[in-house]
Every structure is written in structure tokens, then in C-alpha cells.
Design a protein around this ligand. Structure first.
Ligand code: GUN
Length: 283
């Protein structure tokens, strides 16, 4: 029986540290960090995430702005909303919740975010820095995964890591971070032909493919570290991209729920503090 990596507990420790830092800012008479989140449309999963981001921002003592816009908002109006936040000296971090409605060009929106307020780490400039191994905003989910593995002292150097999925939010940035930690990284995706062979060889497996319980216990061996990034809601429960029996077979596994999910928001709050400290308008 393997060890479950408790993302909820670790995220709580991170949030509690941030709370202390905010209390110090307040006692020194400083402004507190502010995170602005833009959500377009009424997707219930996105609304749930955005509500959690706002609630947890407030819980650590930040100010939080949620800008909810209707589905039919034009790209032009959406870019204007982002630009307004770019120029607002009281806003430190900006996050545009993805996915966006079909008629919006996601790249155009992300490009409109000021790189120094891009707490999601999605702007091409920040993606470039990440891939060069330079300091930057690290996308929240991959940052949270590394933080969780570090908390449990899981060594990455020289390990064979398999990333399943190549998305902008998870697959690509986690591959870059694992490489930066000297892992030997393979990225598998929907066109990969022999996933089973790659699974059999891997020592660290990050599953971010967006298919409920696609990875089964039979794919997993006792020496492996398993990171489940999937979140799927159905039948009143939340499941991941990995079936529960596989967690028990691995040496270490992040469960769904209470694994990677809470770490994502904790990382967002850390990035917002970083944006605040980097800015020159927090006196
Ligand atoms: N949708 C799901 N996860 C995320 C995230 O980390 N950032 C943004 N902007 N949208 C998301």
C-alpha cells in the first residue's frame, strides 16, 4: 500500500504562511495583495473554481475582484477589461479563467495580460522564461505538483518521468519543470502509439489527459510515483484520470480530490504575493 500525497494538508500550510505574511503587511500599514479573476459565461465547473479562488484569496487576507462577463461578450470588450486591470495599480495578479467561449481567441486574450501580472504564467514571455529555466511566474497546477513532491522529499533527479497530456496549463509546463529538476522526461499524448510500454518504464507518471479513470491499477507498479491531475464530476462525486485502485498500487500517489487541486489554488495565491512584491506600487 502506497502513501497518499495530501495536497489539502500541504495547501493549508502554504495558505497559513501567506496569511501570516499578509498580517505583517497590514501591521506595517501596507496595502494587501489583490487578485482579479475574469470569468466569461456560465460554465458551472469554471464558476466553482473561480468562487474557490475568490474565497481562498479573501481567507489569506488578500482583496479579490471577480469580473463575471456574459458568454456573448466580444473579444474587444474582454481585452478592454484585461487592459483596465493591467493599468490598475491596486491589482497585482490577473487570471482569465479558461476555457473561453468559442468566439474568443484564447491566445489573443492571454497576450493582452501584462506579463508582470500574469499569475497564471500563461503569457508567451513567461512561458519562454520557464522553458529557459529563468525565474518567472510558474503555471499554478505544475507549480503545485512540484511543491507537493518536494514536501514529501520525492527525488526527481535522473528519474524517468512520463507526462501524459501536452496542454498549455499542465502538460507542457510540468514537462519543463521536471526537466529543470534533471528528470528524463517523455511527453505522451493522444497520438502516442505505445503508451503501455512508456508506462511500464516510467518512475514518475503525471496524468493530465482529461479522461475519467483512463489509467487503471493494471498499468501501475509498486515503485512508481503517480500524479493524478484529472478532475471530473459525476454521480455526485469527483474522480480523476486515474482509478482509485491504482493509487494503492503505486509507491506514492496524489488522490482526487484533495491532491493536486488544492495545491493549484495555493500556488495561485503564492504567485499573487510574488506579483505584489515584484511591483513597485505596494508602499
Ligand atoms: N481552467 C482550469 N484550470 C485553470 C487554470 O489554472 N488557470 C486558468 N486560467 N484557467 C483554468
Amino acid at each position: 500500500m502506497g502513501t497518499l500525497l495530501d495536497g489539502f494538508m500541504v495547501s493549508k500550510a502554504i495558505r497559513s504562511e501567506l496569511k501570516d505574511r499578509v498580517a505583517k503587511l497590514i501591521s506595517n500599514g501596507k496595502r494587501v495583495p489583490c487578485l482579479a479573476v475574469i470569468i466569461v459565461g456560465e460554465d458551472p465547473a469554471s464558476q466553482t473554481y473561480v468562487n474557490s479562488k475568490a474565497k481562498q484569496s479573501k481567507d489569506v487576507g488578500y482583496t479579490s475582484q471577480t469580473i463575471a462577463l456574459p458568454t456573448q461578450t466580444t473579444q474587444e470588450d474582454l481585452i478592454s477589461a484585461v487592459e483596465k486591470l493591467n493599468h490598475d495599480n491596486n491589482v497585482d495578479g490577473i487570471l482569465v479563467q479558461l476555457p473561453l467561449p468559442q468566439h474568443i481567441d484564447e491566445d489573443a486574450l492571454i497576450n493582452a495580460i501584462a506579463p508582470e501580472k500574469d499569475v497564471d504564467g500563461l503569457h508567451p514571455l513567461n512561458v519562454g522564461y520557464l522553458n529557459l529555466g529563468e525565474p518567472t511566474f510558474i503555471p499554478c497546477t505544475p507549480k503545485g505538483i512540484i511543491r507537493l513532491l518536494d514536501w514529501y522529499n520525492i527525488n526527481l533527479e535522473g528519474k524517468r518521468a512520463l507526462v501524459i497530456g501536452r496542454s498549455r496549463l499542465v502538460g507542457k509546463p510540468i514537462a519543463a519543470l521536471l526537466m529543470a529538476r534533471n528528470a528524463t522526461v517523455t511527453v505522451a499524448h493522444s497520438k502516442t502509439t505505445d503508451l503501455n510500454a512508456l508506462l511500464a518504464e516510467a518512475e514518475i507518471i503525471v496524468v493530465a489527459m482529461g479522461r475519467p479513470e483512463f489509467i487503471k491499477a493494471e498499468h501501475i507498479k509498486a515503485n512508481q510515483v503517480l500524479v493524478d491531475v484529472g478532475i471530473h464530476r459525476g454521480d455526485g462525486k469527483i474522480i480523476g484520470d486515474v482509478e482509485h485502485a491504482a493509487y494503492e498500487k503505486a509507491a506514492f500517489a496524489t488522490p482526487v480530490p484533495k491532491g493536486v487541486g488544492p495545491m493549484t489554488i495555493a500556488s495561485l495565491l503564492e504567485n499573487t504575493m510574488e506579483a505584489y512584491l515584484r511591483g513597485d506600487h505596494h508602499e
